[in-house]
Design a protein around this ligand. Structure first.
Ligand SMILES: Nc1nc2c(ncn2[C@@H]2O[C@H](COP(=O)(O)OP(=O)(O)OP(=O)(O)O)[C@@H](O)[C@H]2O)c(=O)[nH]1
Length: 461
């Protein structure tokens, strides 16, 4: 079912869009670019607010037991930083040696500085004692040396199976509103025009859209004819195959460890679930031994900043924020701070906006440009978070944000509260941007990577 994860080919034609490898981070960070200088060093409030509570960004050095996902992605290269032995306990004060050179006075670092050395000075990795993670771990591919892909990581089958079962149960429950129309169709049905009409209605109601619906119906009729199917359950099985084939191009793993830091920008309309997704992803990334820094790029709403801060506290990660500052400056600060501190992943939240608010879309483009001034190859991932309830309007969002920013991936949230899960089929046929994650609830473990087969099986159970 997840066989494509099993061996990452050395040159995979289906791999994510190739991105330029990073140049080594410069420490201390380079001078701010001319364009951003005024924004970054704008009227500095009094003193950068650095809460001095000692917080270790990393989860305990004992790495989680290899999850089923690690097994699928083969041996993960242990990132140097996170596996370093723990630094000696630090006094509970901010580390001026690390933070001040890269954080302008107008920037706030929420949470304590990361107790972590830059990767270059980290001693060789040690084998951590194993423990069973409380959460299933997202299948993020960790970049590795080619020869290391040959090794197979053995995961305790019981742990892997239990995690998988737990997710499938949540997925089925979450998608129940979407699946209810489809599942009843085939019970005692005859293969005739009525069945096709009911299927057409069910697909349209699920917001699969006219094109995807037509595609599925045509393919199904052809299969029924070519294979001379006579039983409704055979037709259901044929529908399953067609849907899996349609959705599989959306299934791509997110790759981590290739860039230092990996810079992710997260965009979307208001209330789509951006901040929640960032919080959940931070947890998943930590489970993959990635250190994380969050940037509160929603500088319009204080509540958004606070929400991100709460997620930061929950996950013990630092949050870079400014009070009513420029989102581009916050993003720039975050990238340089991560470079200087050897953080593995930076996630930049942005304020919600409609694609029709052209000045706000321009602002988003500026954020992207300024990030690239801080790190030439960044942002490496530009994710659009979509509320699954949005239905067909999600297509307009995908097109508009993709045209403006060049999206690298999607996250579709709230599939638990909607009968419109067919939107994935519409996306697949209109603009097949990888769906990295789907959300079927508000718990951290309710956000998991998209798997076409699991998704279709949850729809057609
Ligand atoms: N049921 C359900 N709720 C979700 C899911 N993901 C997020 N939410 C909820 O959606 C609401 C909005 O989420 P936020 O993360 O604040 O959305 P946002 O895009 O950051 O919002 P703005 O900052 O206003 O643009 C919150 O109440 C979340 O708990 C999901 O997968 N399922």
């Amino acid at each position: 079912m997840f066989s494509f994860f099993k061996k990452k080919p050395k040159s995979d034609p289906n791999s994510l869009p190739e991105v330029q490898l990073d140049t080594p981070p410069v420490v201390p960070g380079p001078a701010l670019p001319t364009e951003t200088l005024p924004e970054v060093s704008t009227p500095a409030p009094d003193i950068p607010e650095i809460q001095d509570k000692p917080v270790a960004v990393e989860p305990p050095l004992s790495a989680p037991k290899r999850s089923w996902l690690d097994r699928l992605t083969h041996k993960a290269v242990e990132p140097e930083g996170p596996l370093a032995p723990p630094p000696p306990p630090q006094p509970p004060i901010a580390e001026p040696a690390i933070i001040p050179p890269v954080v302008p006075a107008s920037t706030t670092i929420i949470n304590a500085p990361v107790q972590q050395k830059p990767a270059a000075s980290v001693p060789p990795a040690v084998s951590p004692p194993a423990f069973t993670p409380a959460l299933p771990v997202a299948p993020l591919i960790v970049a590795a040396e080619p020869e290391e892909f040959e090794e197979e990581i053995v995961v305790p089958a019981a742990v892997a199976a239990e995690q998988k079962r737990s997710w499938l149960t949540r997925l089925k429950t979450g998608l129940s509103k979407t699946s209810s129309n489809l599942t009843t169709l085939f019970v005692g049905a005859k293969i005739n025009d009525d069945l096709y009409e009911e299927l057409e209605s069910a697909l349209l109601v699920s917001d699969a859209g006219v094109d995807a619906t037509q595609f599925v119906l045509n393919a199904l009729k052809k299969t029924v004819k070519d294979e001379r199917l006579t039983d409704a359950l055979q037709v259901k099985a044929a529908l399953r195959s067609i849907l899996i084939k349609l959705l599989t191009p959306l299934q791509k793993p997110m790759e981590i460890g290739k860039h230092q830091p990996l810079v992710m920008m997260i965009a979307g309309v208001n209330g789509a679930g951006k901040t929640t997704t960032i919080g959940k992803l931070a947890k998943h990334l930590q489970a993959h031994k990635q250190s994380v820094l969050l940037a509160a790029g929603d500088t319009f709403r204080a509540a958004a900043r606070e929400q991100l801060t709460i997620w930061g506290e929950r996950n013990n990660v630092s949050v870079i924020a400014q009070e009513s500052g420029d989102p581009a400056a916050v993003a720039f600060d975050a990238v340089h701070s991560a470079q200087a501190r050897g953080i593995n992943v930076v996630m930049i939240d942005t304020a919600g906006r409609l694609p029709t608010q052209l000045h706000l879309m321009e602002e988003l483009k500026k954020v992207k440009r300024v990030i690239a001034k801080g790190m030439a190859s960044a942002p490496h991932e530009i994710l659009l978070v979509i509320d699954g309830n949005t239905g067909q309007n999600a297509l307009a969002q995908v097109k508009a944000f993709d045209d403006a920013l060049g999206l690298t991936g999607l996250v579709i949230t709230k599939l638990d509260g909607t009968a419109k899960g067919g939107i994935l089929a519409a996306i697949a046929i209109t603009r097949a941007i990888p769906v990295y994650f789907i959300g079927v609830g508000e718990q951290i473990e309710d956000l998991q990577p998209f798997d076409a087969t699991d998704f279709v099986d949850a729809l057609l159970r």
